[in-house]
Design a protein. Structure first.
Length: 395
């Protein structure tokens, strides 16, 4: 493992050079360590490694060189001390909550979060005595503060949100959480550390679905938690070691390769998304476009302040509700009709019946997910070809 990387390198350099997982063979491209366990030279050596008295790998559920390389590289890019990789983005959120929260604790979450996150908070964590309440993602700090409870331990925000790309003020919420003895966790899936670094803005934890932009080609499923050495490096890692929602070495290798091109891809996603969003704003059958890179976005100034780019997700409402939204989606010939995002290929979906289809109508209303809403994850095709495909259903 290359230990000589400079944490002050830029995102592009860290994505390529941080924590290079070289073996004694000194290979230039990262190799993948596909093994479940590791061999020791003696019983004494095995005992020392198992007891933490000597370095070494034990079992790939919680120690694997390829997974470790991915964790170290992502932590470097986010400016964090430690990272724990998981089997999925949802496994990352679950691992953080079960490692740090206890019966009687309370989560204060932004309302505009992924539908599965809402289901996890409302239908799973409640069985263990952890409750959740919600605040509008864009609410001011006073509103967030008024919603705090004496037992609030975690503020959870997804910014930009899914699917309306609404923003929360990370620095202000970080100050609020610290003042009340709580932690702030930011789901950074839409922007990645290339475009936003929540830890540097004061957040305690960053969540990733590596399945999305970190992979970038829709090949593998995984997640990660980034934070400090104590709560992530010990507490969350300890949960991982015991409970086992781990990332496979092969998927970690895929994500390592994804990090190498992440900065270049994110800039291209931003350029294409901006072009598509500007075109959509001109279409008479489009009621509203949601994209922080547009001057019309109500939080455009906040986006300029806490992000270095606006991302690849564009959502918009069409006139005519579900019928018009489905007609548009079905009229496309090139775009991929799938709920996944972060791919080189542009994807299109109807959130009310896919990503947010399993939550209640009340929860959808709170999240602003209307029947006419369509979400685009703009890929790396020529922008003019994406626009031409959308035009088929907007006439």
């Amino acid at each position: 493992m290359n230990e000589t990387f400079d944490p002050e390198w830029g995102a592009s350099t860290l994505g390529v050079r941080a924590a290079e997982p070289r073996t004694e063979n000194r290979e230039h491209a990262a190799s993948v360590s596909m093994t479940s366990s590791y061999v020791f030279g003696s019983a004494a050596e095995a005992a020392a490694v198992f007891q933490g008295q000597a370095p070494g790998y034990i079992y790939s559920r919680f120690t694997n060189p390829t997974v470790e390389a991915f964790e170290r590289r992502l932590a470097a890019m986010e400016g964090g001390e430690s990272c724990v990789a998981t089997a999925s983005g949802m496994a990352a959120i679950l691992s953080l909550c079960l490692a740090l929260l206890r019966q009687g604790d309370h989560i204060l979450s932004s309302s505009g979060v992924f539908g599965s996150t809402i289901n996890l908070f409302n239908n799973v964590l409640t069985r263990f005595g952890v409750t959740t309440s919600y605040v509008d993602t864009t609410a001011d700090v006073a509103t967030w503060e008024a919603a705090l409870r004496p037992n609030t331990k975690l503020l959870f925000v997804e910014t930009p949100s899914n699917p309306l790309v609404e923003l929360a003020d990370i620095a202000s919420l970080a100050r609020l959480s610290r003042a009340h003895g709580a932690w702030l966790c930011v789901d950074n899936c839409f922007l990645t550390p290339v475009l936003q670094q929540p830890l540097r803005l004061g957040a305690d934890f960053v969540i990733h679905s590596a399945t999305k932009y970190i992979d970038g080609q829709g090949r593998a499923v995984g997640g990660a938690i980034v934070g400090d050495a104590e709560r992530v490096g010990k507490d969350v890692f300890g949960f991982m070691r015991t409970a086992g929602p781990c990332m496979s070495p092969f998927n970690a290798w895929v994500f390592l390769k994804g990090l190498e091109t992440l900065a270049v891809r994110m800039r291209a996603h931003c350029d294409n998304a901006r072009a598509v969003a500007e075109w959509l704003e001109e279409q008479p059958s489009v009621a509203r476009v949601f994209y922080p890179g547009l001057a019309s976005h109500p939080q455009h100034v906040l986006a300029q302040r806490q992000q270095s780019g606006y991302g690849g997700v564009v959502s918009f409402e069409v006139e005519g509700g579900r019928d018009a939204a489905w007609k548009l989606i079905d009229a496309t010939r090139m775009l991929s009709i799938t709920a996944n995002l972060g791919d080189t290929r542009t994807t299109i979906t109807h959130p009310a019946t896919t990503t947010h289809g399993r939550i209640s109508q009340e929860a959808r209303d709170a999240a602003g997910v209307t029947e006419g809403l369509v979400r685009l994850a703009v890929g790396l095709e020529d922008a003019r070809d994406i626009i031409a495909d959308l035009a088929r259903g907007l006439g």
